[in-house]
Design a protein around this ligand. Structure first.
Ligand code: F6R
Length: 252
């Protein structure tokens, strides 16, 4: 596992965007696993800027989002479809037919999950999976005590996640209780994984993910076993790591 600690959120966003841009330059037909939430907003902004400035070409890229709330359609302003359009897809040239986000209105949720994993396989697997991290160390919506061997599946959000995500809704009661999420297995099958963590409230989760034992109680800890996992943390999110990891780049 590699850890990159940046001085600021802006630097974190730039570091993440550079990895994505590098991936696309090296392999224009890359398959990207994408994440939503506050943390990647800066990265998407930088990628849009690079696309506009020097024409970073997404026309051959295929994308699979990590997760989607159940009960929200693509047009719902709180849906992850909407998030992705607003922060990224509206400004770059990813072809609409190459964009995949689980259908939050699927009638047959199990079938939707199976079809999602099959579509990832048919695309050749994920080259680069981007992740955020929850305060409880969730990745995707794989909450503590998730089964590591799960593929894409229906999940119930933890109370802590519902509280954390209430800021995007009118109030806590409006936050959907269920979602479809790539499972830990789906994430671990990606050839490369980059997790972004920003802010003090993520510091404990980062510490447990990086230095704690690998356990379903800390879903992100599984990345210690991934062959090519990088954590990019800003100084606040890295603040509970040993001093030597609080600046620059390190292999752990
Ligand atoms: C989002 C996702 C979640 C978030 C995590 C952090 O698609 O799967 O795991 O990455 O909850 O969210 P923020 O960045 O809003 O703190």
């Amino acid at each position: 596992m590699r850890i990159i600690t940046t001085e600021s959120y802006d630097e974190l966003s730039m570091a993440a965007a550079s990895i994505v841009a590098g991936q696309i330059y090296l392999k224009p037909a890359s398959v990207l696993g994408l994440t939503t939430g506050s943390t990647p907003e800066g990265m998407y902004g930088k990628l849009v800027a690079v696309h506009k400035a020097i024409g970073l070409d997404f026309s051959k890229v295929t994308t699979f989002n990590l997760d989607a709330y159940l009960g929200l359609g693509a047009d719902d302003p709180q849906s992850y479809h909407h998030f992705m359009q607003k922060h990224f897809f509206d400004y770059v040239n990813v072809k609409p037919e190459n964009i995949h986000i689980p259908d939050g209105l699927a009638k047959d949720v199990t079938g939707e999950c199976r079809a999602y994993d099959a579509a990832i396989r048919a695309a050749g697997g994920i080259d680069l999976q981007l992740l955020g991290i929850g305060r409880n160390a969730h990745i995707g919506f794989n909450e503590p005590d998730v089964k590591f061997e799960a593929a894409t599946h229906k999940v119930r959000l933890d109370d802590e996640t519902i509280q954390a995500n209430a800021r995007f809704f009118e109030d806590e009661t409006a936050v959907p209780r269920y979602a479809i999420s790539m499972g830990i297995k789906t994430i671990m099958l990606a050839r490369r994984v980059v997790l972004l963590a920003s802010g003090w409230e993520k510091a404990d989760a980062v510490k447990r993910a990086v230095l704690g034992s690998v356990s379903p109680a800390t879903p992100a800890s599984i990345l210690q076993l991934h062959q090519d996992a990088t954590i990019i943390a800003d100084s606040a999110a890295a603040s509970l790591l040993p001093e030597k990891f609080q600046h620059g780049e390190h292999e752990i």
